[in-house]
Write a protein that binds this ligand. Structure first.
Ligand SMILES: [Zn+2]
Length: 152
């Protein structure tokens, strides 16, 4: 794991867990990631179904969520957007509210960081939505800090 200066973070990358948010929590993520990464949870922040925000990996450590991870902050929201069989697994209003708070908090503290979805960085469905479209639709107040195209 690389120690990095969190002030140099240039990307805030959004993920969903692609799991049933009523039956999975931060401990589920820890279990999944322990199996894959030696150091456990690869995200820095976790937003649970009720909007409660948990710490994941410490921000001063490089994450493991969307390679190349250097200079990124990984933020995951429990749930599964775009799951046709389980529409109730999509992010809840409480989660969107917490996500806006998190994004504005980090925007203010990480002046070089731009926001994007995992699917803008690599070929994955995660987080099951177009982050720029959804943020615009929901009235995110600082679209200048959101990447609108691919981030490759
Ligand atoms: Zn992801």
């Amino acid at each position: 794991m690389t120690i990095h200066d969190a002030r140099g973070i240039r990307r805030i990358v959004l993920h969903h867990t692609a799991s049933d948010p009523f039956r999975t929590d931060w401990k589920s993520i820890r279990r999944w990631h322990r199996a894959r990464f030696k150091l456990g949870i690869g995200y820095h922040r976790i937003i649970e179904r009720d909007g409660f925000v948990m710490d994941g990996r410490r921000i001063q450590r490089s994450g493991a969520h969307s390679p190349p991870n250097a200079g990124t902050l990984g933020l995951v929201v429990m749930g599964w957007n775009g799951n046709a069989e389980h529409s109730s697994w999509a992010w809840s209003k409480a989660q969107w509210d917490s996500l806006f708070s998190e994004l504005l908090y980090w925007r203010d503290r990480l002046p070089d960081a731009l926001i994007c979805g995992h699917n803008q960085r690599s070929s994955t469905l995660c987080p099951g939505i177009s982050v720029p479209e959804e943020l615009r639709k929901r009235g995110f107040p600082d679209m200048a800090r959101v990447i609108t195209g691919a981030d490759k």
